[in-house]
Write a protein that binds this ligand. Structure first.
Ligand SMILES: O=C(O)CC[C@@H](O)C(=O)O
Ligand SMILES: [Zn+2]
Length: 469
């Protein structure tokens, strides 16, 4: 419980309107996309970095857990207040501070919605590539904390490849700047990169400096439907082997397509085993050549249909299909164990076969889609929540999936992070030494473990007293 005195201090810092301990607000901020629920004691919305710093000093002094929160679209529980305490919503800090067209750099606050930022820079002929599926809702602070990815990462890289500087507040309340606005900089340790993807456990992000690119002149989007999943997986490898890196190389298996047909009314050829969304970008002449090269490479792999978007609207129609996948799967009323394993691209066909075996072995449907061009697949193990046996099997299937991924030289998470969901499996992938050094880092910055506790490390996450069933 947080004392009335501390609540009063929080109100002085944020303004009383922006501090709430009423049940409605506590429930509102008890969820994220994992749909797990942990009730915070209080929800605060600071207006600026000074307020964040004062809050952290207060929390540090009173040992109150603090959970920074963007839009709550994370899939591993990064924003969940698993030990109660304070949720710190960053939505008031939502200004685009500068878009510097001369230096191709922008400075933003963490609460800016990713999609809004992209539109703002695109209106100036610039480009911010990271495009998580949640981009119309998710905010840049959360994207940085989780090092968000998305379809375009195959060509353009992930969030941390664009973040060149940060302003952060440490768990003890110090306000600190890292990096800067230059394209290069090698003075001292790269704290910017350390904080990117640290899942809100090392610092609260209060300002972000990103580099931008010129906006590609044009793009061409294709939805290529295959008769069998193997053909689609081979097509991904074949395109990369041909030394072509398209702007996106997204994959949806037959079950994903069935689900889209059922819940989103999509018309696709009957008997489709899988589909790829391939987008190429650049100048117009190059686009046509590259699209043709891709089609030549994959045509013998069982292509049933190739839908080419000729206009921006047609391209958006194809992307709407892709962005509908995750919400459509939710409509199936099954528990969705959504993983985001990543394997070396050449191992993708084998990984897909291994996933099929896991599905057969545990007798559970598994729906696969995602960023195949990166070897990053969202493996969704589906189980009936009311069937305890199925739920237990799904847990075993998750572990089998991680073990298979690691055997093929992959990683358990390409883009969603560890949070609470993968914490129990951390030692499958990381050596005890790396875990130990990570904990030393955490302790150096957060001696009392108050910033987003219960995340990443298994011994922290194993007992989560606050979970509501
Ligand atoms: O696993 C999911 O449901 C969504 C994953 C999300 O990163 C996506 O690419 O759509
Ligand atoms: Zn994804």
């Amino acid at each position: 419980m947080i004392s009335e005195k501390v609540i009063q201090e929080l109100k002085e810092i944020c303004g009383s309107k922006f501090v709430s301990s009423n049940m409605t607000d506590r429930i509102l901020y008890s969820y994220d996309a994992t749909r797990k629920q942990f009730l915070p004691d209080v929800v605060v919305h600071p207006a600026d970095a000074q307020a964040v710093s004062r809050i952290m000093k207060l929390a540090h002094h009173h040992r109150i857990p603090v959970y920074p929160r963007g839009a709550g679209t994370g899939f591993t529980g990064g924003a969940l207040p698993v030990h109660g305490g304070m949720v710190m919503g960053m939505s008031r800090m939502n200004r685009i501070l500068t878009i510097d067209q001369e230096n191709l750099v922008a400075v933003v606050e963490p609460g800016v919605v990713t999609g809004d930022f992209q539109k703002a820079v695109e209106a100036m002929g610039l480009f911010y590539p990271p495009d998580p599926a949640s981009l119309n809702v998710s905010s840049l602070g959360g994207n940085v904390a989780e090092c968000a990815g998305g379809p375009r990462c195959v060509k353009y890289g992930v969030t941390k490849d664009y973040v060149i500087g940060l302003e952060v507040v440490t768990p003890t309340g110090d306000l600190m700047e890292t990096g800067g606005t230059t394209m290069k900089g090698v003075v001292g340790y790269d704290l910017t990169k350390l904080f990117c993807g640290s899942e809100g456990t090392l610092a609260v992000i209060t300002k972000i400096i990103v580099k931008l690119l010129p906006k590609p002149q044009a793009k061409k989007t294709m939805l290529v439907v295959f008769d069998a999943i193997d053909g689609a997986a081979k097509a991904v490898s074949a395109i990369i082997r041909e030394k072509i890196i398209p702007a996106t190389l997204e994959f949806m298996d037959g079950r994903t397509l069935d689900c889209l047909r059922q819940t989103a009314g999509l018309s696709l050829p009957k008997g489709a085993g899988a589909a790829l969304i391939i987008e190429v970008d650049g100048d117009t002449e190059f686009l046509d050549k590259q699209a043709q090269r891709i089609l030549n490479v994959i045509e013998s792999l069982g292509v049933l249909e190739n839908r080419v978007a000729n206009t921006f609207e047609e391209s958006e129609e194809i992307w709407k299909i892709r962005r509908a996948v995750s919400p459509s799967l939710r409509k199936l009323q099954l528990e969705k164990f959504n993983e985001d394993i990543c394997v070396p691209r050449s191992r993708l066909p084998e990984m897909i076969r291994r996933i099929e075996k896991i599905s057969d072995h545990y007798n559970l449907p598994i729906v696969n889609f995602g960023h195949a061009g990166d070897g990053n697949i969202h493996v969704n193990i589906m189980a009936d929540k009311s069937d305890a046996e199925q739920m237990a099997k799904a847990d075993q299937a998750v572990e089998a999936l991680f073990r298979a991924t690691l055997e093929l030289g992959g990683t358990m998470s390409g883009e969603h992070g560890v949070g609470i969901m993968k914490a129990p499996y951390l030692s499958l992938e990381l050596s005890s030494q790396s875990i130990q050094y990570m904990k030393i880092l955490k302790k150096a910055l957060d001696p009392h473990n108050i910033l987003n506790p219960g995340k990443i490390f298994p011994d922290d996450a194993h007992a989560l007293p606050g979970e509501m069933k």
